[in-house]
Design a protein around this ligand. Structure first.
Ligand SMILES: C[S@@+](CC[C@H](N)C(=O)[O-])C[C@H]1O[C@@H](n2cnc3c(N)ncnc32)[C@H](O)[C@@H]1O
Length: 522
C-alpha cells in the first residue's frame, strides 16, 4: 500500500506513547446533574484521550470527530488552521526545530496522527469512526486513516449537503458539500466475530407515505416495484396475461425477476398489481409491514434529511443567543443523530474529541429521549473560551429546554500522574491509581465493582493488590499477607515497601512491585 510521508512524521509516529498520563479533575460547578457518566473534558484531546485509556480502552462504539478542516480561515473563535497557539506550541515541542519549516498540511498531519492512533485504541472491536472533512485535507485524511485503521476497513465517504444557497461569486465552483469519511475498526468480520455492523436508517414519514393501499389489501399499505430486471434469464422471459386480457412481455433485453410458477403463486396471493384498470405491465407489491426495519443508508445525505450548517447555527442560536455565536461550520443535531442511528445501540459509548459547540452531546441526549436509549457521550474541547461557556453551556441549556433526563460531568485535565521527581502525584486517589495500575498490568479496564479494599481485580490466574493509603502507610507486611485471598493464583502487590523475606513471598506466590519505581509508565 502506498504510504504518505510528510515533514515531522517520524517525530509523531509513536508520540501517543510519550504523552504523559494525566489525571482528570471533576469541576462540580460546571457539571450538570449528579453522577452522570457523560463527560465533557476541557483540554487538548491528545492528553484527554490518553487519560481516558485506563477507563475506556476498546469500549467506544462510535467516534465522531469534526477536526479543523485546515481552510486557512482564522477569523473565528477557534483557528480552523493548525495555527492555534496551543497546537503551535505542541508542534514545536514534539517536532522540534523542524516544525518551523512545516507547511500547513504537514502541521495538520502531525496534529492528527497521534490523536487518531489513540482514538483507534479506544474504539471497540465492533466500533466505527466517522470524520467530517472537506477538500482541504480529505485526501490526506484518507491516507492517514488507511495507515492507522488499514485500507480494508474503509467503509465509505459520505457526501453531506452542507448548504442550500449556491455561492454565486465563487471563483470556480460553489462548494455545497462536506465529506464524512467512515472506517470500521474491523469491517469484514461479521456479527459473530464482533466486527462492525451498520444499522438501517429508520424510515421517515415521507418514505412511509409512499406506501398506499388502493385495493384495500388486508396486509396493509404497499408500494409497487418493477417486476422486470436487467440481468437477462431465458427461463424468466415468458408472456403474462393481464386481468384485462392483454399479453405483456418483459421490456426489451430484460426478463422478469421470478419464475412463471412463482409468479402465478404471487398472482393467486394478490401480490401482483396490474394498475387500477387491470391493464398495466405487472408490478410486485412491497408491503410497508415487511420493510419496517429501515432503509439502507445512501452515501449522499441531503440537507432536508439531516439538516445543514444553517440549521445547526439556528439550533445554537436558540440555545445560546446570537452574542455567543461560536462557529462558521457547526453540525446539525439531525446529522449526528443519523450517524448514531447507523452505528450505535441503546447503551453505546460515543466520543467526540473535537467538540466545538457540543452538537454530539446534544444529539446523544436527544436520541436517548426519542428511543429510550442509555447511550453515553464523552466530548473533549481544548479552547479555554469554548469548553465551559459554549460546549458545556449548550448541553446544559439543551437539557433544560428539551427536558433531557441525563446530565454530564465537566472535567479539567489535572497534573501528570508522575510528578517532576518521578513520584506519584499527591492528588491521585486510590481509585484513580488502582485504575491506572490495573490497566498497565492487564491492558484492560478495571471493574470498579470488584475493588475490595486493597484487592483491585484479577485477570486469568493473577490477582492484583494495591497498598496506597497515604504516605508511609503502605507496607507489605505479614499482617497484610494474612488478609489476602487464599487462592492458588499469583498475587501482584503494589506497595511502598516490602517487609517480608523472599522465601515467604515465594511461598505465598506473591510478586512485590515497589511504588513508584515499578509502576509502568504508560
Ligand atoms: C470544527 S469545530 C467542531 C464543531 C462541532 N462539530 C460543532 O458542531 O459545533 C473543531 C473544534 O475542535 C477544537 N479543537 C481543535 N484542536 C483540538 C485539540 N487538539 N483538542 C481538543 N479540541 C480541539 C476546536 O477548538 C474547535 O472547537
Amino acid at each position: 500500500m502506498p504510504t504518505l510521508n510528510w515533514i515531522g512524521k517520524e517525530a509523531v509516529t509513536n508520540h501517543d506513547k510519550e504523552v504523559p498520563f494525566k489525571l482528570l479533575k471533576k469541576v462540580k460547578t460546571a457539571s450538570a446533574g449528579d453522577n452522570s457518566q457523560n463527560l465533557i473534558i476541557h483540554g487538548d484531546n491528545l492528553e484527554a484521550l490518553k487519560a481516558l485509556m485506563p477507563y475506556y480502552v476498546g469500549q467506544v462504539k462510535c467516534i465522531y470527530i469534526d477536526p479543523p478542516y485546515n481552510t486557512g480561515n482564522e477569523g473565528w473563535i477557534y483557528n480552523d488552521k493548525v495555527n492555534s497557539p496551543k497546537i503551535k506550541q505542541w508542534l514545536g515541542k514534539v517536532v522540534g526545530r523542524e516544525s518551523e519549516d512545516l507547511t500547513r498540511h504537514d502541521k495538520w498531519l502531525c496534529m492528527m496522527h497521534p490523536r487518531l492512533k489513540l482514538l483507534r485504541d479506544l474504539l471497540a472491536e465492533d466500533g466505527a469512526i466517522f470524520v467530517s472533512i472537506d477538500d482541504n485535507e480529505q485526501h490526506n485524511l484518507r491516507s492517514l486513516l488507511n495507515e492507522i485503521f488499514e485500507e480494508k476497513n474503509f467503509v465509505t465517504n459520505i457526501i453531506w449537503q452542507k448548504k442550500y444557497s449556491p455561492q454565486n461569486d465563487a471563483k470556480y465552483f460553489s462548494d455545497m458539500h462536506d465529506f464524512i469519511v467512515v472506517y470500521a475498526k474491523h469491517k469484514n468480520k461479521g456479527a459473530e466475530k464482533h466486527g462492525w455492523i451498520r444499522n438501517l436508517i429508520s424510515r421517515t414519514e415521507r418514505q412511509n407515505a409512499r406506501y398506499k393501499n388502493p385495493d384495500n389489501d388486508p396486509r396493509g399499505p404497499w408500494k409497487p416495484a418493477d417486476l422486470s430486471v436487467k440481468t437477462y434469464s431465458k427461463a424468466y422471459d415468458y408472456p403474462i396475461t393481464t386481468p384485462s386480457g392483454r399479453v405483456v412481455n418483459p421490456p426489451n433485453g430484460r426478463s422478469w425477476s421470478t419464475s412463471k410458477e412463482n409468479f402465478e403463486a404471487w398472482r393467486n396471493d394478490n401480490r401482483v398489481w396490474f394498475g387500477k384498470n387491470g391493464k398495466n405491465v405487472p408490478s410486485v407489491k412491497i408491503y410497508l409491514s415487511e420493510v419496517q426495519g429501515g432503509t439502507v443508508p445512501l452515501s449522499i445525505w441531503l440537507r432536508d434529511e439531516v439538516g445543514d450548517n444553517q440549521e445547526a447555527k439556528q439550533e445554537i442560536k436558540e440555545l445560546l443567543g446570537t452574542e455567543n455565536f461560536p462557529f462558521d461550520t457547526p453540525k446539525p443535531v439531525r446529522l449526528i443523530k443519523r450517524i448514531l442511528q447507523l452505528t450505535t445501540n441503546e447503551d453505546s459509548l460515543v466520543i467526540d474529541s473535537f467538540a466545538g459547540s457540543g452538537t454530539t452531546g446534544h444529539a446523544v441526549l436527544d436520541l436517548n429521549k426519542e428511543d429510550g436509549g442509555n447511550r453515553k457521550f464523552i466530548m473533549v474541547e481544548m479552547e479555554d473560551k469554548v469548553a465551559k461557556d459554549i460546549t458545556a453551556e449548550r448541553v446544559k441549556r439543551a437539557i433544560k429546554k428539551y427536558g433531557f433526563k441525563e446530565g454530564f460531568e465537566y472535567c479539567e485535565l489535572d497534573k501528570p500522574l508522575f510528578n517532576e521527581h518521578g513520584q506519584i502525584e499527591d492528588t491521585c486517589d486510590f481509585r484513580q491509581f488502582a485504575t491506572y495500575i490495573y490497566f498497565t498490568e492487564t491492558q484492560t479496564n478495571i471493574d470498579p465493582k470488584k475493588i475490595d479494599e486493597n484487592y483491585i481485580g484479577e485477570l486469568g490466574t493473577t490477582e492484583y493488590y494495591l497498598l496506597y493509603k497515604g504516605k508511609n502507610k503502605n507496607d507489605l507486611n505479614k499482617s497484610f499477607l494474612k488478609k489476602i485471598k487464599k487462592t492458588e493464583n499469583k498475587k501482584v502487590i503494589y506497595a511502598d515497601r516490602c517487609l517480608i523475606d523472599d522465601e515467604t513471598l515465594a511461598k505465598h506466590n506473591v510478586a512485590f512491585k515497589q511504588i513508584p519505581y515499578e509502576v509502568k509508565v504508560y
